[in-house]
Write a protein that binds this ligand. Structure first.
Ligand SMILES: [Zn+2]
Ligand SMILES: [Zn+2]
Length: 138
């Protein structure tokens, strides 16, 4: 799923669906409850629900695939929306250097407000070069 998320983020969200992702890249924007970018999360939630329903009877592989997508979605929501973008007043700090490195890398992704030129499209994977840059033992 991290590969799917990376690909979607790099080539679709920063590609032909930039219109939906762009409001997530505006710095200092007054945060509303929802943003256009949330459509991507809802889209994947729909896929996950569809797979789970499809595979529920007889526990077909699609059921477990759907659970996997849902699990990634939950981790993404907690990490990206709550931990990085602070959409809820919980999970503000972590002592885990890995999570703090991921947060720095995602803020680095957000330094660019345009469709082109951004880096670090992954959420739970960071390239070795960027890892070196953002890993601090704090
Ligand atoms: Zn982006
Ligand atoms: Zn973000």
């Amino acid at each position: 799923m991290e590969g799917v998320a990376w690909f979607t983020h790099k080539y679709i969200m920063h590609g032909f669906l930039w219109y939906l992702h762009s409001d997530h890249h505006i710095k200092g924007k007054k945060r509303k409850l929802m943003e256009r970018n949330d459509i991507f999360g809802l889209f994947f939630a729909g896929i996950s629900a569809g797979l789970i329903v499809h595979g529920a009877e007889g526990l077909k592989p699609t059921f477990f695939l759907g659970l996997g997508v849902a699990g990634y979605g939950l981790a993404y929501f907690l990490f990206h929306d709550i931990f990085v973008h602070r959409r809820a007043p919980i999970l503000k700090k972590s002592r885990l250097p890995y999570l703090n490195m991921l947060r720095r890398a995602h803020h680095f992704h957000h330094e660019v407000e345009t469709r082109q030129g951004a880096q670090a499209f992954g959420f739970f994977y960071v390239s070795p070069q960027l890892r070196k840059k953002f890993w601090k033992s704090d």
